[in-house]
Design a protein around this ligand. Structure first.
Ligand code: SF4
Length: 661
């Protein structure tokens, strides 16, 4: 029998049309093909294993049905539920065509505790309810998920009292032991699925503090059942019946287009990778917006940078960027130099409307910004991650880990060097202090301006600052490191202590947004889009980097490349430098573009290929050769990120004709 599972229900909450595409094998899906990467990014499997350990240790009888086929698990669950008292992991429950595997069921007499485990952190001071009294939108998908499970369980076992809980990472507690994280590993199966390597050796001390806790959600679920309108004015019950009937008849729920389509997993960017498969996205837009193949080549409202009115415009039939008017955007200045957000949006749209692919630049504004910068310029980029189960005793869950940086210098005479880098690949090692120590060593040699791309570096150094302040560890150079961090950062808005460092880092992303727009980026300000665009545009860069000068004794010093010409042409088209690198995951059918979109769509804000690679080195079993290949790939990616920043600035200096060029 085909079941409407909880993952299909969750997809239907995002968009009911996805239910059909996810059920028909001919539709390519970005998510399904990358289950393993997703598991690494979320850390959910490890959290679930740790949660089970808390229950396994109880006196109560327990049984784990993980890995058992659904039909067999249904029979087993029904047998186990005949016992008066039992804990079941991965219990199988069905009602008509609705089906679920519950993370944990705890049965005592006539009562059942239904527990759903998530790797998301819960802050007890901020309940699931938002400011206006409704459900907090960040929690809505998780609450709907457990509401679906309670709904099915109540229908399947109407004579039982069901109490529902979310089991979430508690950020307020401290990990009691070292190395707990390493006791939970996952591996990839040959088919790309996930194989969990169960921990056999957790100690009483490991489990003495619960890092994951149960939070009752019955009241909120009641609110969802009674008050919430899930889709087109339908109640929860009506919505389940609605999707269930379409599902059982293999019918597609008619699509309603909206901003959600931007990150739809059925929108396949690289169609070469899915030959023979269909694009659900195209089918929806053909059906509703009447799009032809030609229309798909044109920019849509989904592409307008940071446009927050998409869900108002799309239902009015405004699909293409060329349909937008000045009134839709209201491009007013905001009082600061350079382009305001709305002005920048209108620049993007106007260029599409006028078929104008020239760069828009506020040269006066950019020049006055550059006049504040001090040579030599330092360009840094961090790679970081968070893990729900800490590596070390004394750390809180989801503690930030800074595991890699790259550092380029551009001198006033135009000389460039890849001056330094840091990477930790040691399993279970907490690198933050070494990371800052090495960064300080490389940056205190002069007083030049330091550049980052986005506020990420500032935010992470703030976090490490707090970590050191609360640490009881004996760090001999603690005050030097703290002073260094404060000298190059500004404090976070919610920080008790306020500061702006005398050498505070410049955010190049903000400079791009305020002063520079290139239509080749199609509205994206990601360095992965801005850099290849500027490389194509700049005569200076094209001339300089078409020669193999990168990684040479008399050219540009590099730590990971030799004799490299970055400006390569294939069939008359300039090859994106990022695509010239070896993939971080050669065994996976996933481009960096796909990976970023996949992670963005799931609000994993720190998501990046590097983060996943780090997780893979820490949480999966691999040999030294595989590990070294990942380290080499990471070093090259990070070096290219800081080189990209150098080249963006070089191109601007050339345009503005600074004397050093
Ligand atoms: S393209 Fe839009 S309407 Fe179609 S399935 Fe994806 S999100 Fe839903």
């Amino acid at each position: 029998m085909r079941y409407l599972t909880k993952s299909k229900f969750n997809l239907s909450i995002e968009c009911p049309t996805k239910l059909y595409y996810s059920s028909i094998i001919e539709y390519a899906s970005l998510k399904e093909s990358n289950e393993f990467l997703h598991a690494l990014a979320e850390g959910g499997y490890q959290v679930a294993e740790l949660a089970k350990c808390y229950y396994r240790d109880r006196d109560q009888d327990h049984d784990d049905l993980q890995g058992i086929d659904n039909e067999v698990a249904l029979i087993k669950t029904s047998e186990l539920l005949n016992k008066d008292s039992i804990i079941i992991f991965e219990a199988a429950i069905k009602y008509e065509n609705l089906f679920l595997r519950a993370d944990i069921l705890v049965k005592r007499h006539n009562s059942i505790k239904l527990i759903e485990i998530k790797s998301k952190s819960y802050d007890i001071s901020k309940p699931f309810i938002g400011k206006k009294g409704g459900i907090d939108s960040n929690w809505r998908p998780y609450l709907y998920d457990i509401a679906f499970q309670k709904y099915v369980l109540q229908k399947a076992l109407p004579d039982k009292n069901i109490a529902a809980y979310l089991m979430l990472v508690d950020k307020s507690v401290i990990c009691p032991t070292d190395g707990l994280n390493q006791k939970f590993k996952i591996n990839k199966t040959e088919s790309g699925g996930i194989k969990i390597i169960k921990s056999q050796n957790t100690t009483d001390e490991d489990l003495s503090v619960r890092l994951i806790k149960e939070f009752s959600v019955d009241d909120i679920i009641q609110k969802i059942f009674v008050d919430e309108k899930i889709y087109n004015g339908m109640s929860f019950d009506e919505f389940i019946k609605f999707i269930s009937s379409f599902f059982s008849e293999d019918q597609k729920i008619p699509p309603i287009l909206g901003s959600k389509c931007r990150d739809c997993e059925f929108k396949i960017v690289n169609e070469d990778q899915v030959i023979g498969l269909k694009s659900g996205f195209k089918e929806c837009w053909r059906e509703v917006a009447g799009f032809s193949e030609e229309d798909f080549k044109q920019p849509t409202v989904l592409d307008v940078w940071d446009l927050r009115s998409k869900d108002k415009l799309i239902p009015q039939g405004v699909y293409k960027m060329s349909q937008l008017t000045e009134e839709d955007i209201n491009p007013a200045p905001d009082g600061d130099t350079g382009f305001s957000r709305r002005e920048r949006q209108w620049i993007q749209i106007k260029k599409v409307k006028n078929n104008d692919d020239s760069v828009e630049m506020d040269k006066v504004g950019l020049q006055s910004e550059i006049n504040n910068w001090v040579f030599p310029f330092h360009f840094i980029d961090f790679e970081t991650t968070r893990v729900p189960i800490p590596f070390h005793k004394g750390h809180r869950p989801n503690h930030g880990i800074a595991f890699q940086f790259s550092h380029h210098i551009l001198y006033e005479n135009g000389v460039i060097e890849h001056a330094g880098q840091y990477i930790n690949s040691q399993i279970g090692y907490h690198p933050n202090i070494d990371f800052v120590r090495e960064l300080r060593k490389q940056l205190i040699v002069d007083n030049g301006t330091i550049f980052m791309y986005s506020n990420h570096e500032n935010a992470f150094l703030n976090e490490i600052c707090l970590e050191m302040l609360s640490s009881s560890e004996d760090i001999s150079d603690k005050s030097d490191l703290l002073n260094f961090i404060k000298s190059i950062t500004k404090s976070k808005n919610d920080s008790k202590e306020k500061w702006v460092g005398e050498r505070c880092m410049v955010d190049l992303l903000e400079v791009v947004k305020r002063y520079y727009y290139d239509p080749l980026t199609n509205g994206s300000n990601s360095i992965k889009k801005v850099f290849p665009a500027i490389l194509k545009r700049s005569e200076f860069l094209r001339k300089k980097y078409s020669r193999p000068i990168y990684g040479t004794v008399n050219g540009i010093k590099s730590l990971n490349f030799s004799n490299k010409a970055w400006l390569l042409e294939k069939d008359g088209i300039i090859v994106d430098p990022y695509s010239q690198l070896d993939p971080i995951f050669p065994d996976m059918n996933c481009s960096e573009d796909d990976l970023e979109r996949l992670l963005d769509a799931d609000q994993l804000k720190d998501g990046s290929g590097a983060m996943i690679a780090y997780a893979r080195m820490q949480f999966t079993e691999m040999c030294d050769i595989e590990r070294q290949a990942i380290v080499n790939a990471l070093l090259r990616y990070c070096e290219l990120d800081t080189l990209a920043m150098v080249m963006i600035v070089e191109a601007w200096l050339a345009i503005l004709k600074k004397p050093n060029n």
